[in-house]
Design a protein around this ligand. Sequence first.
Ligand code: MG
Length: 244
Amino acid sequence: MKKLNLLLTALLISGAAISQKWTSDLTKQWDPVPEIITPGEGTEPPSDAIILFDGSNLDSWESSKDGGPVKWIIEDGHMTMVKGSGFIETKQGFKDIQLHIEWRTPADIQGSGQGRGNSGVFLQKKYEVQVLDSYENETYVNGQAGAVYKQHIPLVNACKPPGEWQSYDIIFTAPRFNENGSLFSPARVSVLHNGVLIQNNVSIQGTTENVGLPNYDPFNPVQPISLQDHSNPVSYRNIWVREL
Ligand code: MG
């Protein structure tokens, strides 16, 4: 019995020694040191953001139709879609990003359902985060504001009334493909609408399709962000992006 007690004591002491080793320096990491940046106040861009639109010009954008100048109108620090002018897209391509964008649907309510304040933020020109006046405006729920269009219903409806500025903060991870072109990992997205989490790292099933099912084809992983012309005069302002 004495021998057993001695053995147990020895085991306890050695166990304590081992646990001591694991409680301190072994688990501290000193590099890589995160880059120092200056955060913006409120919706101001942080110092490492790429400014895509600050209200003064559309130099970072081009027409998706022909690569020519954007025909959307700038006034009072925002841009507004002009019916028939087509989608616009960033000249620069992006992969994994944090995107801030503010949008406003017309105060003068016209149309209903998908015809009321419809536009959209297309990540990599392929995956739409729906922009829609979803304030007391019924439509199919995977097509309302903040939906990953026809794929993911927003967790809540955080829409403000038409005519008010709203924001999306989007964290997007691009899809990855194997060398043989098969899908390695799907795109993922989180969306905050007016500061409220409405998409929580959801897995995107493929390209946004209005008719038919989404799909994945391998492509250059660096692609523009585009904004939709859906015939409604939706406005945008304060657009910036951080590459992740
Ligand atoms: Mg849309």
